[in-house]
Design a protein around this ligand. Structure first.
Ligand code: HEC
Length: 427
C-alpha cells in the first residue's frame, strides 16, 4: 500500500519536473549548464583553463571551466562579450565566416550570456551539462609532436633584464632529423613566465642563420595558434638545418628576479606528399617616419604576384602605435577585393587570420597593405611610448614595424623532379 503511494508520488513529481522545464524554456530561464556552459566550452576554455593555452604575455587570468569558477566572474564575462573584447578577435565583422580560426560569438550567444546574468546566473540542472572539454594530453595544442627541439642549455635571463631580445640558434642533429621532412604543424612553448614572445626561423645547411627575412616558421605571439598546414601544403625542414628562437624576454628587474628559461619548438610532419611549398613573408614599406603627436599616419606598400599563388593567411604586425590594418587585392580582371580589415588593431593580440578556403591570387594580382599609426597621447597604449618622438622602423616595441605578413604557396603543383630535388639537396 505504501509502496503504491510512493510510486504514484514519484510519477507525479517526474511530471511536475517536466512541466517546469518546459515552462522554463517558454519564459526563457537561462541556466549555466544548459545554455552558458556550451558557449564557454566552444569559445573560451582553450585559453581560460588551468595552464591555459600559453599565449605568452597574454595568459588568461582565470579559469572558466565550471560553475564555481565562472560564477564570481559572471558580470565581467557578460560585459566582456557585450563589448566584444572577448573572445579576442579584431577583424571587421564583415569577414565573419571567412577565417578558420575565427573567434566570434553570435548575437544570440551574447544575448544568452546577458540574460543569464539578468536572471540571477543560476546553475540549473547538472544533468543538462555538456560533456567536459578534453585537451590534448601532450599539452601541445596540435597534438603529439614528431619532433621537439629545445635550447642546447637553459638560458639565464639575468636579474638586471627588463626587456631583452635574444636569439638562440640550435642545429639539428641526425638523431633529431635523419632525413628532410615536410612540416605540417609548428608550435612554440615558452619555458618560463618571462617569455613575452618567441618567433622561430629555419635555415637550411649553408644558409646564413640570423637572416630574418628568410625562413620564418611562425611564433607564439599572443593570439597565435599552432601553425598548421593542410594536406598537400607544407614547409620543408632539411636534415642538418639550424633553428633560431628569436625571444623577447620581459620582466621586472632587480636582485633575485633572474629566471632560467628553456623554451621549445615542436613539429609535426606530413606523411603524404606535399605539392605546395609554403612560405611566410611580408609586404612592407620600411622607411616610414611617423611625426611626433601625429594621430593618423598611414603607411602603405604593395606587391605584384607574378605567378598564380595560393593565399593561406594574413597577419598584420605593428607595435604599440598601430591602430588599423587593411589588405586589398586588385585582380588582373579589374575586380577589387578587401581581403582583411582590422579596424581595432591591438598590438596585444597578434592574430594570424587563416583562410578556411585557401584563396587563389591569379598571376598579375597586386596586393596592397595599409596600416595606420597613432602617435598621439590619446592612443590606448599611451604611457608606454613617447609621442614627442619621430618614429621609425625598429625592433623595440617603442619603435614601429609595418609588416603585413602573408602565408602563401605557389598554385602550381611541384613536379616530381622538383619535389625530389627539394627533398635531397640537404647537404
Ligand atoms: C585566445 C585566448 C582567449 C580566449 C579565446 C578568451 N579569452 Fe578571455 N582573456 C584572455 C586573456 C589573455 C585575458 C587577459 C588580458 C586581457 O584582459 O585582455 C582575458 C581576459 C578576460 C576577462 C577579463 C578579466 C579581468 O581581469 O577583468 C574576461 C571577463 C574574459 N576574458 C572572458 C572571456 C570569455 C567569456 C571568453 C569566451 C567567450 C573568453 N574570455 C575567451 C584570453 C582569452
Amino acid at each position: 500500500m505504501s509502496i503504491m503511494a510512493k510510486s504514484v508520488l514519484t510519477v507525479a513529481l517526474a511530471f511536475c519536473g517536466a512541466a517546469v522545464a518546459v515552462a522554463g524554456e517558454a519564459d526563457g530561464k537561462v541556466t549555466f549548464h544548459k545554455d552558458v556552459e556550451p558557449i564557454l566550452q566552444k569559445n573560451c576554455q582553450t585559453c581560460h583553463r588551468p595552464s591555459g593555452m600559453n599565449i605568452s604575455g597574454m595568459i588568461a587570468p582565470m579559469s572558466l571551466m565550471d560553475y564555481a569558477e565562472v560564477r564570481p566572474w559572471a558580470k565581467a564575462v557578460a560585459k566582456a562579450v557585450e563589448a566584444r573584447q572577448m573572445p579576442p578577435w579584431n577583424a571587421s565583422a564583415k569577414h565573419n565566416g571567412k577565417f578558420s580560426n575565427e573567434r566570434v560569438l553570435t548575437d544570440t550567444e551574447i544575448a544568452t550570456l546577458g540574460k543569464w546574468i539578468a536572471q540571477g546566473a543560476s546553475r540549473g540542472n547538472p544533468a543538462d551539462a555538456p560533456a567536459p572539454m578534453t585537451f590534448p594530453e601532450s599539452g601541445w595544442n596540435m597534438g603529439t609532436p614528431d619532433l621537439i627541439v629545445g635550447f642546447d642549455k637553459p638560458y639565464f635571463v639575468a636579474d638586471d633584464v627588463e626587456d631583452l631580445y635574444q636569439n638562440i640558434t640550435v642545429t639539428l642533429t641526425d638523431e633529431q632529423l635523419s632525413e628532410d621532412k615536410w612540416i605540417s604543424g609548428i608550435e612554440f612553448r615558452p619555458g618560463s613566465e618571462v617569455v613575452h614572445h618567441i618567433m622561430g626561423y629555419k635555415y637550411s645547411p649553408g644558409e646564413q642563420a640570423g637572416d630574418q627575412a628568410k625562413g620564418l616558421l611562425g611564433g607564439n605571439a599572443p593570439g597565435a595558434d599552432a601553425g598548421e598546414f593542410p594536406e598537400g601544403y607544407g614547409m620543408l625542414l632539411k636534415k642538418g638545418s639550424s633553428l633560431t628562437f628569436a625571444l623577447h624576454y620581459h620582466k621586472e628587474s632587480g636582485p633575485g628576479t633572474g629566471v632560467s628559461d628553456s623554451s621549445q619548438m615542436a613539429f609535426k610532419f606530413h606523411d603524404k606528399p606535399v605539392m605546395h611549398e609554403v612560405k611566410i613573408w611580408n609586404i612592407s614599406y620600411g622607411s616610414f617616419e611617423i611625426p611626433p603627436f601625429e594621430k593618423k599616419w598611414r603607411v602603405g606598400a604593395s606587391q605584384l604576384f607574378e605567378e598564380d599563388t595560393m593565399l593561406l593567411g594574413l597577419m598584420p604586425h605593428t607595435h604599440l602605435r598601430g591602430v588599423y590594418a587593411k589588405y586589398t587585392a586588385f585582380y588582373p580582371d579589374g575586380k577589387v577585393e578587401e581581403l582583411l580589415e582590422v579596424p581595432t588593431y591591438d598590438f596585444n593580440w597578434q592574430t594570424t587570420y587563416k583562410y578556411k578556403d585557401i584563396k587563389v591570387l591569379p598571376k598579375g594580382t597586386r596586393m596592397e597593405m595599409e596600416l595606420h599609426f597613432d602617435n598621439s597621447a590619446e592612443n590606448a597604449e599611451r604611457g608606454k611610448f613617447n609621442p614627442a618622438q619621430t618614429v621609425r622602423f625598429g625592433g623595440p616595441t617603442t619603435d614601429e614595424m609595418d609588416l603585413a605578413w602573408i602565408t602563401t604557396a605557389p598554385a602550381a603543383e611541384m613536379d616530381a623532379a622538383t619535389k625530389t630535388a627539394a627533398a635531397t639537396t640537404g647537404d
